[in-house]
Design a binder for this molecule. Structure first.
Ligand code: ADP
Ligand code: MG
Length: 696
């Protein structure tokens, strides 16, 4: 298919000469398509733009009007003020820019401005502009339109490409570009109607020239659907390659190990665990290979679910491995699995890098001869010298931040083992579908009953001494505590308490009678390991740390978590930190120390009053936005998601995933003539941008 028309350089657009083309390129608008895809920054309509006659002193207002008269007024103090009288259909008001006489050269009579700022009384009503935009030029005939339309569209503009230039480009070219957009429509009519989405031309028209704000959003949703669909399409292809291309193992369930475990458990599975186990069992017993993400808050019972899956494999004579991100976590998993399988005829074998030569040889031998059916370890398990007798299932415990997915060396084997990825970072469903669209999703959204809530409180720095007294009283009862800081070392730029300096101070001045330890990301991993082990064994009572302990370990005896400068942490990160306590029998406390007032404090109050990790993750996404969530996958001006908003578009995401998966199931390589357009759009527009999602 020929996409040449929209891919023409901007210079071919009406009203764009070589100089303006250069300026447009400077802001990333290289082709006509880039112009169409330039997303408005904001819309104003009657609900946000006031008529001048209505303005009252004390209001904060946005008005749109044209410059009737203007001039520079000197004051006695020597200050020069640029003033303009702005008029709309209802009346006039003066706008004054003190100290900006140069505006007199920039603005002309008849220019249309949108001005925002407080209304004051000063020789009559005045607006003090906090912000203003030139939306139409007085001498270019078009400004009459700018005076009319009911919705005002504000674009991201620059010094070289001001608002009115962009508006001019759209005014002169949009009508001609719309049919070109329709010529590239890839979504079949019946699908589009079923989804209730407009055609591309209608979508772009609504985006750039909306009749109402709702209209603008309908346009946005269509364009959001496109980007979500192609993202899901790439992921559906990866998923297809990983789960369908080569048949997986059909595990046979005998109940020989699963039933005794069920019977030995001193508790019932939660509904969520039972549901997730059904999903996993269905995957494992089918010939389709499993490739599944298991999400659940800390303590939701993921390890137990993983164990059931591993036993299902073991019943049928297959080996499973559980991969942990650190040695301590691997040891902890092995301990847990050994406890749970104490009565069962299966062995849990541990393999980590720090094991001595003899036990290591023994472990390798058991893996090779197949007597080790449940294997737990770190990345040491991925080395070539590890020779599996019959590997059937790989469980990856990804307690890391999402987005950094380990790629599976083990998964390349023949026959391909099933894969279960576990993540303890609750993320909103929409985000999980976006980042892990190639995996199927299972969610443990329920904690086992009877968990003691962690008491969370919020303190101003002035209360620090009280907090220290409280910590000391807990330590005196034999408990342990954490104090977490945002930085390792003091910084000249930021006036923050830092772990290293505070460790000195706390050791010498506050807790000289206690044993303290220091843990941060700049330490060598052996040192970190040794400190963590000392805390685990109780040799250290108070651990001073940075957020590295987020990916930490289960210390059931720790009952206090103090977080300094809590306003510096994201909500999800705070939730992970809080999850380090409340793991034992003692009542646990999380104390946030923050200077912050205002918005930051509100955020912390939300955190204090919410214990559900998924609710916190949703709030975090809403507050921080999705901008930084893709990390390295986000490249500069071409964000992966430009139109889609993960806090609002979950319905679109699900629809996009369904359609993409259906298409790939039917026609994995998109070679069917019916899919030629989808293929062409994918190759021409998305392949490059979405490469990162296709890796592996
Ligand atoms: P996760 O791996 O999700 O952090 P775990 O599987 O380690 O959680 O479970 C945390 C604790 O809860 C363990 O001690 C486990 O034995 C216990 N547990 C798991 N499932 C249940 C349940 N359904 N009822 C009661 N306790 C449970
Ligand atoms: Mg299978």
């Amino acid at each position: 298919m020929d996409f040449s028309l929209l891919d023409k350089p901007v210079q071919f657009l009406k009203g764009v000469g070589p100089r303006r083309a250069e300026a447009l390129r400077g802001m990333g608008l290289v082709t006509a398509r880039d112009v169409l895809l330039h997303v408005p920054r904001r819309y104003d309509d009657a609900s946000t733009v006031q008529s001048i006659a209505e303005l009252e002193v004390g209001m904060d207002a946005t008005v749109r009007g044209w410059v009737r008269t203007k001039g520079v007024i000197p004051t006695r103090a020597g200050l020069r003020i640029f003033q303009a009288v702005l008029e709309d259909d209802s009346g006039r008001i003066t706008v004054a820019w003190p100290g900006q006489p140069w505006l007199d050269r920039k603005l002309r009579e008849g220019d249309v401005l949108v001005v925002t700022g407080p209304v004051r009384f000063f020789h009559g009503r005045q607006i003090q502009p906090r912000e203003f935009t030139l939306v139409g030029r007085g001498d270019d005939g078009e400004s009459r339109d700018a005076r009319q339309g009911t919705i005002f569209v504000a674009y991201p503009a620059s010094e070289d490409v001001p608002q009115w230039v962009l508006r001019g480009v759209f005014d002169k070219n949009l009508d001609a570009l719309l049919p070109l957009a329709d010529a590239e429509e890839w979504l079949p009519d019946d699908e589009r109607e079923r989804l209730g989405l407009p055609r591309p031309s209608e979508a772009f028209s609504a985006l750039h020239r909306p009749a109402t704000l709702a209209d603008a959003d309908t346009g946005r949703r269509r364009l959001a659907f496109d980007e979500l669909f192609f993202l899901q399409l790439v992921q559906a292809q990866v998923r297809h390659r990983q789960t369908r291309e080569r048949p997986g193992i059909s595990f046979e369930r005998t109940n020989e190990l699963i039933r005794p475990l069920h019977e030995a458990l001193p508790f019932a599975l939660t509904n969520a665990q039972a549901q997730v186990l059904r999903e996993i069992t269905a995957d494992m017993t089918s010939s389709r290979r499993m490739n599944r993400l298991l999400q659940g808050d800390v303590g939701a019972g993921k390890t137990l679910v993983a164990l059931f899956a591993m036993l299902l494999a073991a019943e049928d004579g297959w080996q499973s491995v559980l991969l942990a991100p650190t040695e301590l976590l691997a040891e902890q998993h092995a301990r847990k699995l050994r406890e749970l399988t104490a009565e069962l005829p299966v062995d849990v074998v541990l393999l980590t890098g720090r094991m001595g030569a003899a036990p290591r040889r023994e472990a390798l031998e058991a893996i090779r001869d197949g007597s080790a059916r449940l294997v737990v370890g770190t990345h040491a398990l991925l080395q070539d010298e590890v020779d599996y007798a019959r590997l059937g299932l790989v469980v990856v415990d990804e307690q890391h931040r999402f987005g950094v997915r380990q790629r599976m060396v083990l998964a390349e084997r023949d026959p391909p083992p099933d894969v279960l990825v576990m993540s303890a970072t609750p993320i909103p469903r929409s985000l999980a579908l976006t980042l892990y669209g190639d995996l199927d999703l299972s969610v443990l959204d329920e904690l086992p009953p009877g968990r003691k809530p962690i008491r969370t409180s919020l303190r101003y720095p002035g209360k620090r001494d009280e907090v220290y007294r409280f910590i000391d009283s807990e330590l005196a009862r034999g408990r342990q505590a954490y104090v977490v800081y945002p930085l390792v070392e003091e910084s000249e730029k930021l006036d923050l308490r830092a772990a290293a300096q505070e460790f000195e101070r706390l050791s010498e001045e506050v807790f000289p009678h206690r044993r303290l330890g220091l843990l941060h990301g700049k330490m060598h991993s052996d040192e970190k390991d040794a400190t963590m082990r000392a805390f685990l064994s109780g040799d250290i009572a108070l651990l001073v740390a940075t957020s590295v302990i987020e990916v930490g370990i289960d210390v059931a005896n720790a009952s206090v978590m103090v977080i300094e400068h809590a306003e510096r942490f994201g909500l999800s990160q705070l939730h992970q930190l809080r999850g380090r306590v409340g793991r034992g029998a003692a009542k646990s406390h999380c104390i946030l120390i923050a200077e912050a007032g205002g918005e930051s404090r509100e955020r912390l109050v939300v955190f204090r009053d919410t214990s559900d990790g998924f609710a916190i993750a949703r709030a975090d996404l809403r507050i921080r936005g999705q901008g930084d969530l893709f990390g390295s996958q986000q490249h500069g001006r071409d964000p992966v998601l430009r139109f889609a908003d993960l806090t609002r578009d979950e319905d679109l995401l699900l629809a996009a995933q369904r359609l993409a998966r259906r298409l790939v199931e039917a026609d994995p390589d998109l070679t069917d003539p019916a899919h030629v357009r989808v293929r062409a759009v994918l190759d021409a527009r998305y392949a490059e941008r979405l490469k990162l999602f296709g890796v592996g």
